[in-house]
Design a protein around this ligand. Structure first.
Ligand code: APR
Length: 242
């Protein structure tokens, strides 16, 4: 069985990482203007402000830990592999909580907060501290040419070719903790339908594209994801009836 999972900020919310759009207005984009902090133009016009925003988010990330949803998904991937199945894990999140929970081969379609990219050589390197005008590229040695390895609004997400190749081959598409507000990720459920792939949404509230899912499970990811993983694996391991 090939399961294709897309995660969003909601899976990391209970680890203390801000989501972006919350009905009560507590999301990150209600407190900060993404057009002033998360676009190439903003970086060009106000590099220090943009770097400070991502340095602040990077510092906060390092103080957080994976929650039961990340851990359950990591175990699910390992156990699915043991019974001959396959998990494709695509995340819109720029945190490393899936990896720290034990997941591997995670496709970060919006980039990674703990990586920096050089504007001169395009080299991508680990970054757990601050990026400043004095930061040096480990690949080419250039000083002052590093940016966060994060996909900003108006830039092309990563791994779209792999996603386009693998999504149609899935038996099940599961979206976890995403509002379905940002494309192309929000369009994956319709693409799955076009290829006859069953779809399931696990979320705190119905996403913008909730009506497109075959099944919906509403509640906290830390409760719903472990329960879903357990049920799905049990059904896979159950002897064929009849
Ligand atoms: N458990 C499950 N779902 C949750 C939880 C939780 N504890 N807390 C919040 N959610 C749900 C919300 O109901 C919402 O539908 O997670 C979703 C978070 O939505 P967004 O904040 O819009 O995050 P996301 O969908 O990942 O945003 C997509 O937008 O700004 C860009 O690059 C950014 O990757 C991000 C993209």
């Amino acid at each position: 069985m090939h399961v294709f999972v897309l995660t969003g900020a909601g899976i990391s919310a209970e680890s203390g990482i801000d989501t972006f759009r919350e009905p009560n207005g507590s999301g990150l984009w209600s407190r900060f203007d993404p057009m002033k902090l998360a676009t190439p133009e903003a970086f060009q016009q106000r590099p220090a402000e943009v770097q400070a925003f991502y340095n602040w988010r990077r510092q906060r990330l390092i103080e957080t830990r994976p929650n039961p949803a990340h851990l359950a998904l990591a175990r699910f991937g390992q156990e699915l592999h043991e019974v001959g199945g396959r998990l494709t894990l695509v995340t819109q999140n720029i945190d490393d909580l899936h990896e720290r929970a034990g997941s591997s081969d995670v496709l970060h379609m919006h980039g990674e907060l703990l990586k920096a990219r050089c504007l001169v050589c395009q080299g991508v390197s680990e970054c757990r501290g601050e990026i400043s005008p004095h930061s040096r590229c480990v690949a080419c040695g250039q000083i002052g040419a590093l940016r966060p390895h994060v996909v900003w609004f108006g830039e092309t997400p990563l791994f779209l070719d792999l996603i386009a190749e693998w999504l149609p081959t899935a038996d099940l598409f599961v979206a976890i903790g995403t509002s379905g507000a940002v494309y192309p990720a929000a369009g994956f459920v319709a693409e799955a339908h076009r290829h006859g792939v069953k779809t399931c949404e696990i979320n705190l509230d119905p996403a913008d594209n909730a009506s497109l899912f075959d099944q919906s499970i509403y509640g906290l990811a830390s409760h719903c994801v472990p329960a879903w993983c357990e049920r799905t694996l049990a059904s896979l391991k159950a002897p064929p009836s009849g």
